[in-house]
Design a protein around this ligand. Structure first.
Ligand code: PMV
Length: 368
């Protein structure tokens, strides 16, 4: 059953505190091992997904608010949006549209003048999708604002559930960034608490310690704007003849991955991660019209990784997002060997690629 967060009572005349202030949150990006690709309804996933929350690739967002000077009755949003210290009309429009959709959940947004300042720790247009970190940071700010003004959500669990629900409406995968470490989104028979509407954290006792310090180094292959957006890609799954088998495969992989995570089975984990990455791109190539987001360098790096694994026997695996960049996945115990291989072999051979070194993270953090 759908959670209903519509609340016409959340208006400024009911507020319990100062109507002016600033709220800030830092929120990380995440990397899916079981991929969400294909959706229905209001940004709900066709299959369950499971991701690592990252640590270093974060968005920082500050929300300034004050009672609206120009009284318009709350049908509109009054917003100034700054990205990396500059007014950004394109991002601003997207956020304004998102906030307009949220007026039923947060009616007070129409009664405030809002100013948002946001920045990413990863380089601008590095090819890293910032929607997961950006939308989750904004969702945390909005839920904090509700909490400050009205005292709800009343506890941390409800706060995070609502933030995850709101983040999902902005960008599906963003709902997973609200929680630390390993996070699941989408119903699955092995996880009764999982939901299509919000993500849930995998309980500590279901994660072998080796996965709490797992690395994800992101090799930037191309910095260009994606040829096909994720939302178009999700939409094309509706006509993909492999779609039903894919959703079945994802549910099966999800089950197997839960077992690997619990048992510390890195090899099993790597096998699933690589299969999911290649399946995601195969689905793009079998959509109508088909599209390819990998670059020749993506395939060359994948081969280097496979060669490294065959030569050393070390557990180094890859995954990809909806783009050409390669995520290197490996446990802490091999980080020195992988670092040497990166510097001595991969980076010189592959020319000048940028690398962002990241690892499993602890989720969003409030900024003072
Ligand atoms: O959240 P979106 O709509 O940008 O879709 C994300 C899709 C993938 O990154 C490819 C997979 C995932 O689960 O994050």
């Amino acid at each position: 059953m759908e959670l209903d967060y519509q609340n016409p009572g959340l208006r400024l005349d009911q507020a319990k505190s100062n109507l002016e202030g600033r709220i800030g949150w830092e929120s990380p990006s995440n990397i899916a091992i079981i991929k969400y690709w294909g959706k229905y309804g209001d940004q709900l996933p066709r299959n369950p997904s499971l991701s690592f929350t990252l640590s270093n690739s974060v968005t920082r967002t500050w929300l300034d608010y004050a009672p609206r000077t120009e009284k318009e009755g709350g049908e509109k949003i009054s917003l100034k949006f700054y990205f990396e210290n500059e007014l950004n009309a394109a991002f601003g429009k997207r956020v304004e549209k998102f906030l307009l959709r949220l007026l039923g959940v947060f009616p007070f947004l129409g009664e405030l003048d809002l100013e948002i300042h946001t920045e990413n720790t990863f380089p601008h247009s590095s090819g890293i999708a910032s929607s997961a970190s950006g939308m989750s940071a904004l969702a945390m700010c909005l839920c904090s604002l509700e909490q400050k003004l009205f005292g709800t959500p009343a506890n941390e669990e409800d706060f995070l559930k609502k933030a995850s629900y709101i983040a999902r409406l902005g960008s599906g995968s963003a709902c997973r960034s609200v929680y630390p470490e390993l996070v699941a989104w989408g119903t699955h028979s092995d996880m009764p608490e999982a939901s299509d509407f919000f993500a849930v954290r995998l309980p500590k006792e279901q994660i072998h310690p080796v996965f709490s310090t797992f690395h994800d180094d992101i090799l930037i292959v191309s910095k260009g704007v994606k040829k096909v957006s994720s939302s178009v890609g999700h939409g094309l799954m509706d006509g993909n003849i492999y779609a039903e088998n894919r959703y079945f495969q994802a549910r099966q992989g999800f089950s197997e991955l839960l077992t690997c995570l619990k048992n510390g089975d890195i090899h099993g984990f790597g096998k699933i991660a690589e299969s999911e990455a290649l399946t995601l791109h195969a689905l793009m190539m079998t959509s109508s019209p088909p599209f390819v987001l990998m670059e020749p360098e993506s395939l060359a790096i994948i081969q280097h990784i496979q060669n490294f694994r065959a030569a050393t026997g070390l557990p180094l695996y890859f995954t990809l997002d909806a783009g050409p960049n390669i995520h290197l996945l490996y446990p802490e115990e091999v980080s020195t060997a992988v670092g040497i291989w990166l510097n001595d072999t991969l980076l010189p051979t592959m020319g000048c690629i940028q690398i962002i070194r990241d690892k499993t993270g602890q989720g969003p953090r409030q900024l003072s």
